[in-house]
Design a protein around this ligand. Structure first.
Ligand code: GDL
Length: 452
């Protein structure tokens, strides 16, 4: 039996920003099906009816669109999980609010959905005076609402399933710690044991998911958690993109959890490798190798880069170079690592000591520019547009580095700094956040100190 037989494994559309469109979701369902994954959770933060105005019912047209989505999902043999996020302003003692929640879920239940989720992430868990009087704590109030939802979701038939996202949804949020959190303990005691609890790991973005930390959580929650995995999420910094492999999750992890829902890049088309490698991990966690799965996925992704131009298609090596640059939140792929290592040598050595390093560095610099040029000729414009700002940025950066290396070669004894009209102050990496980065830079240990 594979891990997938035992739980829900797939993707949660759970990021901030523009939700995916129906065609993108259909493509996703194909990827999930092909990889042997089995679940999709609908939870786009900025779909107003999911969160901001969760009480509002779907109109006729919206329901028709949702019906199509559920059908497309289920046709691929996947579980469609519908999530609602009422936490911003729900009043737990208000019968009208509970009725609104029930009516909304009934609309979706009538479309054939049997898997639901209620999310309380990213809210301030303050209770109203009335809620406080009745429930005492946010955990008790949320558990009450979730237990009610579980009953409604079952309808008459008794067949349904509920996921719950807590407000303390990662180790870093648990107060004072996972083991001692009164909030998590109350959930463990009061949530119906059939309800699955979502967890993002030690952090919101967890590079690793230590099995011991999951076992500790199980004891408090009195159940195995389900992972909401933000490894490839990029909504928190739109300058980043993550096309590296699923990694940092041990072979023993699947037996300690009830599933994994990956919340990946906002740019849908960038998620081919994240989804494919997640599938490889889930199929066989024992033999899973992130780098091997990554190479397999790169080769499988290459056909999406067919060219319409005369410059010829992107090569596998070119694709790998770009993907190694946009790899994982705290890791570069090997070609990017090598490029950066070469750059450090070049920055800190006089040109007469560069040797082969500079030859290799300049070749890679040219390759980066070429990747951008070839990408602009892509037949699939959706793939291009998903990657565009990122490819532009590396092309421009390579341009700067190429110009600097040339200048350094031509001025080996220079004491003054390199200045180029191609890179003007306030235009090159200008703007609000970049200005703050310069005034209050963060060092490698996370310390902020004003620059002089
Ligand atoms: C979060 C949000 C999620 C967001 C992610 C990455 C959860 C449970 N909630 O905190 O919507 O996409 O971080 O920024 O992860």
């Amino acid at each position: 039996m594979t891990a997938t037989n035992k739980g829900l494994y797939g993707v949660v559309e759970g990021f901030y920003g523009r939700p995916w469109n129906p065609a993108q979701r259909r493509t996703l369902f194909g990827w999930l099906h092909e990889g042997g994954l089995n679940a999709y959770m609908y939870a786009p933060k900025d779909d107003t009816k999911h969160r901001a105005v969760w009480r509002e019912l779907y109109d006729f047209q919206e329901l028709a669109a949702l019906r199509d989505l559920v059908r497309d999902c289920q046709c691929q043999g996947l579980q469609f999980i519908y999530a609602t996020a009422p936490g911003l302003d729900i009043r737990f003692t208000d019968a009208a609010d509970l009725a609104a929640l029930q009516a909304k879920l009934k609309q979706v239940r009538d479309l054939g959905v049997r898997h639901f989720a209620i999310l309380f992430d990213d809210i301030s868990p303050e209770l109203t005076a009335a809620d406080k009087q009745r429930f005492g704590t946010p955990a008790a109030a949320q558990a009450f609402a979730a237990n009610e939802v579980l009953k409604w979701a079952a309808g008459g038939s008794g067949e349904s399933h509920l996921l719950f996202c807590p407000t303390e949804y990662c180790g870093a949020f648990a107060r004072p710690s996972v083991a001692e959190s009164a909030y998590l303990r109350t959930l463990g005691e009061q949530l119906d044991p059939k309800i699955d609890v979502l967890w993002t790991g030690p952090e919101i973005i967890s590079e690793v998911m230590p099995v011991d930390s999951i076992r500790e959580l199980q004891r408090v929650l009195r159940r195995k958690p389900m992972l909401w995995d933000n490894l490839h999420a990029n909504d928190y910094d739109m300058r980043r993109l993550y096309v590296g492999p699923y990694s940092g999750r041990a072979p023993e992890l699947p037996s300690e959890i009830t599933g994994i829902l990956s919340n990946p890049n906002c740019q849908f088309e960038a998620n081919f490798i994240p989804v494919r490698t997640l599938a490889a991990y889930v199929r066989d966690p024992q033999t899973y190798s992130p780098r091997a799965a990554y190479h397999e996925a790169l080769a499988a992704w290459l056909p999406a880069f067919k060219s319409r131009g005369r410059g010829g298609a992107l090569t596998l090596e070119g694709l790998q170079l770009a993907a190694d640059i946009f790899y994982l939140p705290t890791e570069f792929g090997e070609l990017a690592e090598r490029y950066l290592a070469d750059l450090r040598v070049i920055l800190h050595t006089p040109p007469n000591g560069w040797g082969e390093v500079a030859v290799r560095f300049e070749q890679t610099t040219r390759q980066i520019a070429e990747v951008y040029d070839k990408a602009t000729e892509l037949a699939d414009r959706d793939v291009l547009y998903a990657l565009y700002p990122h490819l532009w940025e590396i092309k421009e950066t390579a341009g700067l580095l190429g110009a600097w290396v040339q200048w350094r070669r031509d001025h080996p004894a220079a004491t003054e700094a390199f200045v180029s009209s191609d890179f003007r102050p306030k235009i090159w990496h200008g703007g609000f956040a970049a200005t703050i980065d310069r005034w209050l830079p963060m060092d490698e240990r996370g310390r902020f100190k004003p620059s002089s």
